[in-house]
Design a protein around this ligand. Structure first.
Ligand SMILES: [Zn+2]
Length: 458
């Protein structure tokens, strides 16, 4: 059925609301829609120009950066190319916890600077600031990437979201009205998932009929599995699914795609900077939102080659209110060479690797994505329903297992064969059988945890 309200929301309410609120979302969106088709070279020039301006601005106006640049003898006037950034030490979450007020730009009026916070994977919230215009450009960038899926402004969206903080709705009637008429979204809380809740999602989605689901990867996977296993035939099928916040492996992707009969678009984003990268319809990797962010992929202090894993160091090119310069966001990614068939000049990357703390160190110094490995083990070991890999010390890992009904000696034999193949024969391992593996404070599944010093590994 055609959605009669959608064109009204898009062409009338969206611009009117922007005008009434004085927000620049529509104009940012228009620019992002155009710039995505620039050549890779033109985008690189744009990025370099923005970066140069940001470095000069931060040095002149943010006391934290003035001190930091002086301490490492970095003068923005001498900045020539991206590789010069390596001279600046990465910005850690601890830096932000300790110095956020000194990172704010003094040349902006207070009413132009907006506080925000992340839940943080450890449960400790990270408070930060952004200038008001960055809030709008962050929203506009998300809209551009949402539109790659076939969704458009005014179509309904359902969030299967595990983090309560992101779901917070303001109580004002105006914002209620906005949610109903313009944003047209519903939020299904997936911070804890039971069969009853999965059944309630089925009812809500059937009633709401969203165009797209925007979901924690594991939440929508569990919902898809529930539909498969319960044999329910009547359920809503969206036109597209955007997965985010958790790792999406090919097996889970194919389950989700087959249950809902639509494309899955994986996305990588953060509260601090918005959409970082996401898939287009060609699914040839994730396009970096390169007009707003400059990404480096670093191992042992140097940029890795295309195809190699590196920790992601991110510079937000548009947040002048509180610059994030070389921010260690805690994730690992892989820069990809080449271009996408869609014709967009936005560079490509992969994030399949997971967070820095998901990586395990082999006795011979290789880094292995614990998350990929755990998912592989769950999929292929007989009789395992959940698993988690933990490394507390060099040369040893702990594998926590929730037994499935088919558990037997064959399961332990499987581990005895597979673990040396991934980690080398010198890696010792222990098995521990548990009843369940809890999710983190932010509702995410941790497939692996490494407690070695990340500086040793990256
Ligand atoms: Zn593309």
């Amino acid at each position: 059925m055609t959605d009669l309200w959608q064109p009204i929301a898009k062409h009338l309410l969206f611009p009117l609301h922007a005008k009434w609120e004085g927000n620049s979302v529509p104009s940012h969106l228009e620019r992002f829609e155009a710039s995505q088709w620039l050549s890779a070279d033109a985008l690189e020039t744009l990025r370099l120009d923005r970066l140069t301006m940001l470095l000069k601005h931060a040095y002149a106006n943010c006391p934290f950066y003035t001190a930091r640049f002086k301490a490492c003898d970095f003068n923005p006037e001498d900045f020539r190319g991206f590789e010069d950034l390596l001279a600046i030490p990465p910005l850690t979450k601890q830096d932000i916890l300790d110095h956020a007020p000194q990172m704010k730009a003094r040349n902006l009026p207070d009413d132009q600077i907006v506080p925000d916070k992340t839940g943080g994977s450890t449960g400790q919230p990270l408070h930060f600031f952004m200038d008001r215009d960055r809030v709008y450009s962050r929203n506009a960038a998300a809209l551009r990437h949402d539109r790659w899926t076939g969704w458009d402004i005014g179509y309904k969206a359902a969030y299967l979201w595990g983090h309560r903080q992101d779901q917070a709705h303001t109580a004002s009637r105006l914002s209620d009205l906005r949610v109903r008429l313009l944003d047209r979204m519903c939020v299904l809380d997936t911070s804890s998932i039971t069969r009853d809740k999965l059944e309630s999602y089925r009812h809500e989605l059937l009633a709401f009929k969203p165009h797209v689901y925007i979901a924690y990867a594991n939440s929508v996977y569990l919902y898809a599995r529930y539909l498969q296993e319960s044999g329910k035939q009547v359920y809503h099928r969206p036109k597209a699914i955007i997965t985010s916040a958790e790792m999406l492996d090919p097996e889970r992707r194919s389950v989700i795609e087959s249950v809902f009969g639509c494309d899955v678009f994986d996305r990588y984003g953060s509260r601090e900077t918005g959409v970082i990268a996401s898939e287009c319809r060609e699914h040839q990797g994730l396009h970096i939102c390169a007009e707003t962010q400059h990404l480096e992929f670093i191992r042992h202090g140097r940029a890795v080659a295309p195809g190699e894993q590196g920790k992601i160091v991110l510079t937000d090119l548009m947040n002048v209110g509180m610059p994030f310069i070389r921010y260690e966001i805690g994730d690992v990614g892989v820069p990809t060479a080449g271009s996408c068939e869609c014709g967009r000049g936005l560079p490509l990357m992969e994030v399949a690797a997971g967070r820095v703390t998901d990586f395990l160190l082999t006795p011979d110094g290789r880094i292995v994505s614990g998350a990929s490995l755990t998912i592989y083990l769950i999929a292929n070991a007989p009789g395992v329903s959940q698993a988690q890999l933990i490394q507390e010390e060099h040369g040893r890992i702990l594998l926590k297992i929730v037994k499935g009904p088919d558990f037997s000696d064959a399961t332990t034999r499987f581990f005895a064969k597979q673990i040396p193949e991934f980690f080398g024969t010198d890696m010792k391992y222990d098995l521990e059988f548990v009843d369940r593996i809890p999710v983190t404070a932010s509702g995410k599944h941790r497939f692996s945890i490494c407690r070695l010093d990340p500086a040793e590994m990256f």
